[in-house]
Design a protein around this ligand. Sequence first.
Ligand SMILES: *Cc1c(COP(=O)(O)O)cnc(C)c1O
Length: 392
Amino acid sequence: MSQPQPIYVTQPDLPPLADFLPYLEKIWDNRVLTNGGPFHKQFEAELATYLGVKHISLFTNATIALVTALQSLRITGEVITTPYSFVATAHSLLWNGIKPVFADIDPTTLNLDPARIEAAITPQTTAIMPIHCYGTPCDVEAIQRIADDYNLKVIYDAAHAFGVRREGESVLTHGDLSVLSFHATKVFNTFEGGAIISPDAKTKQRIDHLKNFGFVNETTVVATGINGKMSEFNAALGLLQLQHVGRAIERRRQIDALYRDLLAGLPGLRLVDKPVNATANQSYFPILVGPQFATSRDALYQRLKDQGIHARRYFYPLISDFPMYRGLPSADPAGLPVARAASAQVLCLPIYPALTDEDVFRIVDVIRTASRVAVPAAPAAATISGAELLAA
Ligand SMILES: *Cc1c(COP(=O)(O)O)cnc(C)c1O
């Protein structure tokens, strides 16, 4: 019997190649490859319209955008952030010589818990860096109240939140700045890419200088800028991708609904609730494999893998467990029980527009079968050591 095709957690969505060739011909004709060329200008404008925001600065990727966002607001000292994210969130702080302070997450949304943010504030705190995890909006109002009370800036890592709307408005309008990622694995991709959403033209201009070495004109450099510019190639692709992203998100919605239907009521399995006041983008399909489930999370991960289904443990390990963070007082596991439990239980199932209903049935079948497995007499034998997991 032939092995079925492997299924990965995501597969980048691409337009038909033929549709991209005219864009490439234009680039070849006019020889403008970067430095804010015509596709860059057009993509910034169309993206702002699509997202329902006013001021966007395109970047080469989200990590450089996060580093630049912190620079633009001159953030120093300590920043309160979540350990339950991709490592780039906290790395952007270290690149600026800022001390990350990890606060625990809310068990329902898996986003920074506002009560824990407030408890982590010290005289050195200058900002909060939350993420809209899996595209679920943070409690933006509570976070803004805290920021106002303590005079802190808020920079959202919105890498998961492309197109997410809350109370009918783009979630990207909250806080002082929001940062998007257009990496290949995200809902909307330009191969690599990112953006900062600013509240006003002056802030955008400062960011645009910073992403271009600090140049304001041919001979004047006003800041220690970096090179964070998006190329014409990526901007042209972004323009074309914008025409397809609505359909892509619609297909993700169907898959999300099918998973929810088929996985409902399995003992010990929790689906992360969809936010009631927001239109999500279904960027991920996380499940939480609790102690009542018939196998451990890692045993289920392995069973899926044995069937060629590559689910991912986003986010395991926690950022606070990586070597450059674990010595921080706020990285102490005792202070982060919710993040720790989520990290031990989470599994992100494959979700992407090209995933078929049959693929979903195949994935759910493995999970349903696993859910009927009796707990082994010696459960320790069924679990994999932490070292083996990290090596995998
Ligand atoms: C993907 C991701 C990033 C990094 O984005 P790049 O564009 O790859 O630099 C940052 N934060 C989060 C939460 C992400 O998921």
